[in-house]
Design a protein around this ligand. Structure first.
Ligand code: ZN
Length: 186
């Protein structure tokens, strides 16, 4: 039985669904909201609604962007013939922070995971294939999926798929500074 009213209970449940939020933290956040000023709460709700409403994907690389194509795909300073394949938008941010990668990205939005019912069609692999087929200038694809089972399976699947297209496919371990990889091999 719950000690809270149904509306508070619902708010707590909402917070609990967020990543890294346990039950105690959810309760703390719920009561923080309940004690906050009306305007503060409205502003917070609006920022969530706006972020979600303005959310767009770049039609080339599927990164989250306010513009299409995204600034990276549109930049003449980036090597448009080099694609780094990553699982997540967060991986792009991590890579950009290093300032070491000058190519473009392709965001898969997940990895192949038969255990969780995620097959190749559930992530942006078809889109990667189409992008490469439509752009003969693309010379190299670097696969930077994570080194866990799913990431490896995804990397293997993509390498096999791209082989007949004649692009150079390289695999780098997720999280390894890209400079090391390019510093040695380029
Ligand atoms: Zn893009």
């Amino acid at each position: 039985m719950s000690y809270y009213s149904p509306s508070i209970e619902k708010l707590i449940e909402g917070f609990e669904r967020l990543p890294s939020i346990g039950h105690k933290t959810a309760i703390r956040l719920a009561f923080h909201i309940l004690n906050a000023r009306e305007e503060e709460v409205t502003e917070f709700i609006n920022s969530i609604t706006n972020a979600k409403a303005n959310l767009k994907y770049c039609s080339k690389c599927y990164n989250i962007s306010d513009t299409d194509p995204c600034p990276i795909c549109a930049s003449p300073k980036r090597e448009q013939n080099l694609i780094c394949v990553v699982e997540d938008v967060k991986d792009v941010i991590a890579m950009e922070r290093t300032h070491e990668f000058k190519g473009t990205y392709h965001v898969l939005h997940g990895s192949i995971s038969p255990m969780n019912g995620i097959g190749p069609d559930e992530i942006k692999i078809k889109e990667l294939l189409a992008r490469i087929q439509q752009n003969p200038d693309i010379k190299e694809v670097v696969i930077a999926t994570n080194p866990k089972v799913e990431g490896e399976a995804t990397a293997m699947y993509i390498s096999k798929l791209l082989k007949p297209l004649g692009v150079k496919v390289t695999r780098i371990a997720h999280g390894i500074p890209i400079r090391r990889r390019f510093g040695i091999y380029r």
